[in-house]
Design a protein around this ligand. Structure first.
Ligand SMILES: [Zn+2]
Length: 113
């Protein structure tokens, strides 16, 4: 399966996968395990999670990824929540933490500092 998107974060990869699937393209995320096992290594292409689609969908998927990246980049800072269990950041569209599966706590994003 060809890679259509290389994410900087597993949550991004899953967001991209959801976006593609919402448009009728079957996709899957690869490389999450590597990403979580990367330890102290700096992030790079080989540890980044990727989104893969089937060959027949690659053209359409690429176009959707362009849309995804522009919409995602616009809203990424605004709508994320921190997991109360593991403190990972999750996109607002996630109901459960991508990392540990904890349910999103209905919390206000207020800065306590
Ligand atoms: Zn978590």
């Amino acid at each position: 399966m060809p890679v259509v998107y290389s994410a900087g974060h597993p949550a991004e990869a899953h967001l991209c996968r959801q976006y593609l699937e919402a448009h009728g393209i079957e996709a899957r995320v690869d490389g999450e395990i590597l990403w979580q096992a990367r330890g102290d290594l700096p992030p790079n292409e080989s540890t980044n999670p990727t989104v893969l689609v089937s060959d027949e969908n690659i053209e359409r998927a690429r176009a959707l990824v362009v849309e995804f990246e522009s919409s995602h980049a616009a809203g990424r800072e605004l709508d994320s929540w921190s997991c109360s269990q593991c403190a990972e950041d999750n996109p607002s569209s996630f109901d459960v933490c991508w990392n540990c599966g904890a349910t999103a706590a209905p919390q206000n994003q207020e800065d306590v500092s």
